[in-house]
Design a protein around this ligand. Structure first.
Ligand SMILES: [Zn+2]
Length: 140
């Protein structure tokens, strides 16, 4: 009598389970790389931002100052030292940090102009402008 493998019927199930596990493992690895890449870019920005902010006694007066945005309205921007507010990138729809560059554009006896340009910063797709504030008074 032919000896039947009692687990033969389970081979398909076993293979499917192993394949699923392998896919999860690959995706987790991909996600880890993506997060690491994202953190690296965020840290670069923190570094640049930190340098510029610490060197400027009067942010935006002589050269652009960069910040993460915590809140913004049509007149004011509240900044943060780390990622606070996020919005979806228009290209990939991933949530990414909202950042601002802030600078005085005109300084004259007739009036000053301060400008805050607010962007979504996507590690893959770069800066997407989402709002512009111009004011004769300080915005930040
Ligand atoms: Zn994107």
């Amino acid at each position: 009598m032919k000896k039947e493998n009692p687990f033969k019927a389970c081979e398909k199930l076993e293979a499917r389970a192993r394949e699923s596990g392998s896919r999860v493992h690959n995706l987790e690895s991909e996600l880890r790389d993506a997060k690491s890449d994202f953190n690296r870019h965020s840290e670069d920005l923190c570094f640049v931002e930190g340098l510029k902010a610490s060197k400027q006694k009067d942010p935006g007066k002589y050269c652009p100052a960069y910040y993460f945005v915590k809140e913004f309205s049509d007149k004011r921007v509240i900044t943060s030292e780390k990622i606070a507010l996020t919005r979806k990138c228009g290209t990939c729809q991933q949530e990414n940090p909202v950042v601002v560059d802030y600078q005085q554009k005109y300084d004259s006896p007739e009036g000053d102009e301060w400008r805050a340009r607010i962007y979504v910063l996507c590690p893959e797709h770069g800066l997407t402008p989402i709002h512009l504030i111009k004011s004769s008074n300080r915005i930040i």
